[in-house]
Design a protein around this ligand. Structure first.
Ligand SMILES: [Mn+2]
Length: 434
């Protein structure tokens, strides 16, 4: 994205924050074991405001009277270090390439921040993160508080992520294009895996087909750990062991999406291991698909996730009654929450820089955030029918099905961003057999 996009976001944040200093650190490198580390990924809020991808960096925004100042702290260039870990942009180039008022080496953070906090009483940072920068801030604020001669020092801490995550709720066109790019790759991965899937294959082998496509097509990585759940494993919602064999006559539930340009995609498809749905599987699958399509159709600006949740619960309960999975009056069953046993999760979630974008679902009064143009969410109804549940007809036991798409709220209604990914029984069977 163009650098001006990030500058505009910083300007917007400066506009909505109260007078004070805001500090956001990027993520820190995480140890995997001994001296090996996980690949680095910037923290989403930091990236959203800076577009800067290197670790060991911090952004500071200052607001005082009419004065505004933005500062980026970066890892300085150290040639001996670059031999091992690669070239860094460094202070001078960062000053040139990015439109911050000032850029400094990270080593001067403490000294600089002390000066900036003088005569300021409000300090914004990520209150719920234990990053060392934030710990350091609290120590500095405490020292200032107890220093004779300092009249004003920050004693009010406020959560910066409340503001950034509110901003992240509405996606710009550029952000939506990155999600579309991610979905192009995720579509290829699902279709490729459907053609590769066969009886006897291990779940991790099918996972490898997804990861292969993600990497081959230039995705940064998967946006979350891929779930490959054959047969009854689909009834464990966050099944990521992926170490069992895929069996004849069973379905496989795959929840997989790549991350592209740091934007997520999140798609679940459930398809037959051998390429052909049985009559029973088809019956259940089409019921859930019908629900998913109706829920998507109901999405429009002014609507809410709560409404969609209730709608999906009603439709799935009706479906379960018609198939004999639940017995009784739909209204009664809904009241007793009988459906929760087989549909225990939400209809969807915000998606963006994070697969579960941490944007608010309600405001400070507890009122729901109503849908508006530019919001992106997933729609993922599912039913999970454990193999040892004797309350349900035997033919359905051991089946778990979820169907998930990524949807953009538009001016008129919504656009299913992942509509190109095979979803009907006919489309899936045709790709599985090709
Ligand atoms: Mn999801």
């Amino acid at each position: 994205m163009n650098e001006t996009v990030y500058k505009e976001r910083r300007d917007r944040l400066l506009e909505i924050m109260d007078e004070g200093v805001a500090v956001l650190s990027t993520a820190t490198m995480q140890t995997r074991s001994n001296d090996t580390e996980y690949p680095f990924r910037p923290s989403s809020d930091f990236y959203y405001l800076t577009g800067f991808e290197e670790d060991n960096s911090v952004v500071v925004l200052c607001k005082k009277g009419d004065e505004r100042k933005t500062i980026l702290f970066v890892q300085e260039k150290v040639p001996e270090m670059e031999l091992w870990t690669g070239e860094r942009l460094g202070v001078d180039a960062a000053q040139e390439c990015f439109s911050f008022d000032e850029v400094y080496g990270i080593d001067s953070f403490e000294e600089q921040i002390k000066a900036l906090l003088k005569e300021q009483t409000l300090l914004y940072f990520d209150l719920f993160n234990n990053n060392k920068i934030y710990t350091q801030l609290k120590v500095i604020a405490n020292t200032m508080l107890h220093t004779r001669g300092v009249n004003r020092s920050p004693r009010t801490f406020s959560d910066i992520t409340k503001l950034t995550q509110q901003m992240r709720l509405i996606k710009s066109e550029e952000e939506v294009s990155l999600i579309r790019e991610a979905l192009v790759i995720t579509q290829k991965a699902h279709h490729h895996a459907m053609t590769t899937c066969q009886v006897g294959m291990m779940e991790y082998q099918l996972q490898a087909e997804y990861e292969y496509t993600f990497k081959r097509e230039g995705a940064y990585s998967d946006a979350y750990t891929t779930i490959i759940a054959g047969g009854n494993n689909a009834n464990t919602l966050h099944y990521i062991k992926n170490d069992q064999a895929l069996k004849e006559g069973e379905l496989v539930l795959v929840d997989a999406g790549c991350e592209y340009g740091f934007y997520a995609s999140d798609i679940t498809r459930t398809y037959p291991v051998n390429g052909t749905f049985t009559a029973v599987q088809k019956e259940l699958y089409n019921m859930i698909l019908g629900v998913q399509l109706k829920v998507i159709e109901a999405i429009k600006p002014g609507g809410s996730k709560k409404e969609l949740q209730a709608f999906s619960e009603k439709l799935l309960t009706e479906g379960m009654v018609s198939l004999g999975i639940l017995e009784g009056e739909v209204e009664m069953l809904l009241e007793e929450k009988a459906h929760k046993k087989y549909y225990p999760h939400g209809i969807g979630h915000w998606m963006g820089l994070d697969v579960h974008d941490p944007c608010p679902y309600s405001d400070d009064n507890g009122d729901e955030n109503l849908f508006a143009e530019g919001m992106v969410l997933t729609i993922e109804p599912g039913l999970y029918l454990p193999k040892d549940d004797e309350k349900i007809p035997e033919k359905y036991r051991g089946i778990g099905i979820r169907i998930e798409d990524d949807v953009l709220i538009t001016k008129e209604g919504c656009e299913n961003l992942s509509q190109g990914i095979a979803k009907t029984v006919e489309e899936i069977e045709s790709i599985c057999k090709s």
